[in-house]
Write a protein that binds this ligand. Structure first.
Ligand SMILES: O=C(CO)COP(=O)(O)O
Length: 140
């Protein structure tokens, strides 16, 4: 049976947007083989930079985190990279907490800083190679 590409959500607060764009640059082949969704502005920045196909939700403050949380609760999101800004209060803090809580309720991996994001993407890359979703370094 053909393996199904993981569905990965990408989200970053404004002060972390440059970080998530740079992070995505390190994993373009992996991300290109995933089904990607993102909050509005984050998705726009990444898609514009790398030409990746990204399903864009509303912007976070307008409900984008909640839209991703709702999909996650229904089993349609396999992992979340959410570079939160711990230094700046956000108007939609309850939405942010709801999404992170939904990850914990449904046991979906949620990376909230760069170090954990790289670990998550490294593991995803290896698993996708093992399952044939991604070419191995030798066969690429
Ligand atoms: O606010 C966000 C997450 O809480 C991110 O939203 P944007 O990607 O639209 O900036």
């Amino acid at each position: 049976m053909q393996p199904i590409a993981p569905r990965l959500a990408l989200i970053a607060h404004d002060m972390k947007k440059d970080d998530i764009v740079a992070l995505c640059g390190e994993y373009v082949p992996t991300l290109a083989a995933c089904r990607l969704l993102a909050t509005g502005t984050t998705g726009g920045r990444i898609a514009e930079r790398y030409g990746l196909d990204i399903e864009r939700m509303l912007s976070g403050p307008h409900g984008g985190d909640l839209q991703i949380g709702a999909q996650l609760a229904e089993g349609h999101v396999d992992a979340v990279i959410f570079l939160r800004d711990p230094m700046t209060p956000q108007p939609h803090e309850p939405d942010i907490n709801a999404l992170v809580r939904a990850c914990d309720v449904h046991n979906v991996p949620c990376a909230t800083n760069l170090a954990t994001s790289r670990m998550l993407l490294d593991v995803l890359t290896l698993r996708m190679r093992d399952s044939g979703l991604l070419a191995t370094a030798a066969s690429a």
